[in-house]
Design a binder for this molecule. Structure first.
Ligand code: UTP
Length: 226
């Protein structure tokens, strides 16, 4: 059975306007696929995490503390999705990659947030994909793919349909900074490149694209592979 890790951006799961419909539809989709794929969902922190991180930064807190507040928020988001999934979710709330890998199995969706300071949940998704031998990572973000410049600031930005791992690494750079915005975490990019794990970047709100990517079909977004 194929194993698939879905990295869910915090702003996808918890947008500015309260949206229980989305979480309900996402849960139905994941439930409908759980007997065909071994699924792992990693939840990001989104705007709420950024709020804590920015406030802590202004108050002069050390980066590790900012990261830990970010991790706390990702875990609350994971709890929200796990609860929405009900009995389809593994009851475990994994705090480490090892715990998440041990909780996985056919029919059980594992849901987690962050692990330790120093990376983001994209990095967690990549480490988890490496640990369980996942066939692919679906990165469900607030943007519908990887662009040559920020599409929110530049209306003529062009979306890549396909990139190599090296091209993704060149776009991202190497710096980690708490709360930073990039198409994928540098640590995660280096892991998928080393382990050659296909990465699909798409709009998490587009559940058609999410479904197609999970089942390995052509989807609307950016495919990063070989
Ligand atoms: P996110 O994974 O949401 O980071 O974790 P992000 O990439 O900044 O957010 P999106 O994708 O744009 O929504 C939020 C913050 O929590 C800390 C980091 O500071 C991260 O920026 N974090 C998260 C960790 O330090 N370790 C983890 O394992 C996860």
């Amino acid at each position: 059975m194929d194993k698939v890790v879905v990295s869910l951006g915090g702003s996808v799961l918890v947008p500015d306007e309260q949206d229980d419909d989305y979480i309900s539809h996402l849960s139905s989709l994941l439930r409908s696929l759980r007997n065909r794929y071994e699924l792992y969902a990693v939840c990001g922190g989104g705007r709420v995490a950024r709020y804590y991180i920015e406030t802590g930064r202004k108050l002069g807190m050390p980066v590790a503390t900012l990261d830990e507040m970010g991790i706390d928020v990702t875990r609350v988001n994971a709890r929200l999705l796990r609860s929405a999934l009900g009995e389809a979710a593994s009851p475990a709330a994994p705090a480490t990659i090892g715990e998440a890998a041990a909780a996985g199995g056919p029919g059980r969706i594992v849901v987690m947030g962050g692990t330790v300071p120093g990376h983001t949940t994209d990095g967690v998704a990549s480490m988890l994909a490496e640990a369980v031998g996942a066939s692919r990572i679906v990165n469900a973000t607030s943007v519908d793919g990887v662009y040559d410049s920020d599409p929110r600031g530049n209306p003529s930005a062009k979306r890549y349909a396909r990139l190599t791992f090296q091209e993704l690494a060149d776009i991202i750079g190497t710096e980690h900074g708490a709360g930073r915005n990039a198409p994928f975490d540098p640590l995660g990019a280096s892991i998928v490149m080393r382990r050659r794990i296909p990465l699909m970047v798409l709009a998490g709100r587009d559940l058609r694209a999410v479904k197609k990517a999970i089942i390995g079909e052509e989807f609307d977004g950016t495919l990063i592979d070989g």
